[in-house]
Design a protein around this ligand. Structure first.
Ligand SMILES: Nc1ncnc2c1ncn2[C@@H]1O[C@H](COP(=O)(O)OP(=O)(O)OP(=O)(O)O)[C@@H](O)[C@H]1O
Ligand SMILES: [Mg+2]
Length: 302
């Protein structure tokens, strides 16, 4: 009984998963996932990383029940993915979401809400909440044909959140989105984590997942080649960098000599750098301001 309740608490459990696709003309098969074991814990942001064709989307589709495993076991909250009940607890943002371009942002959400069995005041309230959450007030009444890529990803995320799922699967949520848009997507993911959601996101843009993921797995050719907590994986054992404010040129030799006199070997002393993303966002915001960017999005849509 104890073991059962523990398993119900695990959003995703994959054991020995293998997925192959038959090739045409009986020329064998492609191995998309090769004996994969994975566990995603409640409340974490989990990154599914890997180069193109490594099996990220296939893994997500198996979790959604869209593809059947060739071998192995996949459980969501302790239940087999074949049951509809556990799929209700899932939200999904596909790799390239398909929307009706002539519908506006709010009409799109209403449409998907009705598919989920929602309606009336409850649906209207939810549409309001989600449009605000994803910051699309300016795109609310505009047809999706005029949306930028970043806006489409945000309406896609709102769609995935309609039925308030506990577990979110996001396939390349920042693909094709500019640094400002992907910053917003990352902030949204962190906000959803704060609200207690468990999130799995796939990406091959490593710097984009670095800030949001607690744990990652790296796949290559369908196999797991690395797994762990990011803060542990990225730490350089036995090294320390110290950032000093008001550091003058003359301080360099003094500090170096002092450290060496303490028996420490100084490998490098250099000014701390910001990332190119930080620089980009800072400059864009300085020159136009966030509101101007929203206005631009609004113009694109008109
Ligand atoms: N429906 C399918 N039929 C045949 N082969 C498939 C199918 N879906 C995926 N594959 C193959 O399975 C492997 C994994 O594909 P998958 O789409 O999961 O990779 P991915 O990691 O999501 O890649 P990307 O970064 O390009 O999105 C690839 O070799 C792909 O060609
Ligand atoms: Mg993919």
């Amino acid at each position: 009984m104890l073991a059962m309740s523990a398993e119900q608490d695990v959003p995703i459990l994959i054991r020995n998963l293998r997925k192959t696709f038959p090739l045409k003309w009986r020329r064998g098969s492609v191995v998309a996932i090769d004996h994969l074991d994975l566990e995603v814990r409640r409340g974490e942001v989990f990154g599914l990383l890997g180069p193109n064709g490594s099996g990220k989307s296939t893994t997500l589709k198996v979790l959604l029940g869209l593809l059947r495993p060739t071998e192995g076991e996949v459980r969501l909250f302790g239940e087999s993915v074949a049951t509809v009940a556990c799929r209700r607890r899932l939200g999904y943002l596909p790799e390239s979401p398909y929307f009706y371009k002539f519908l506006s942002g709010e009409e799109t959400l209403r449409f998907f809400g009705r598919i989920c069995g929602m309606g009336g005041q409850e649906l209207e309230r939810r549409v309001d909440e989600l449009i605000e959450l994803v910051g699309l007030e300016h795109g609310r009444y505009r047809p999706l044909s005029g949306y930028s890529k970043g806006m489409l990803q945000r309406i896609g995320l709102a769609q995935a959140l309609l039925h308030d799922p506990e577990l979110l699967l996001l396939d390349e949520p920042t693909a094709g989105v500019d640094p400002l848009g992907s910053r917003e997507m990352k902030d949204l993911i962190l906000e959803l984590k704060r609200r207690g959601k468990t999130i799995v996101l796939s990406s091959h843009l490593l710097d984009q997942v670095e800030e949001v993921c607690d744990r990652v797995v790296i796949l290559n050719l369908g196999r797991k080649i690395l797994e762990g907590r990011l803060e542990e994986l990225l730490v350089r054992e036995g090294k320390m960098s110290i950032t000093v404010s008001e550091f003058g040129e003359g301080d360099l030799s003094r500090v170096k000599a002092r450290l060496e006199s303490e028996g420490l070997r100084v490998e490098e002393i250099e000014p701390p750098k910001m990332t190119l993303e930080e620089l980009f966002i800072r400059r864009v915001e300085e020159t136009s301001g966030r509101e101007a960017v929203a206005r631009k999005e609004a113009e694109v849509g008109s």
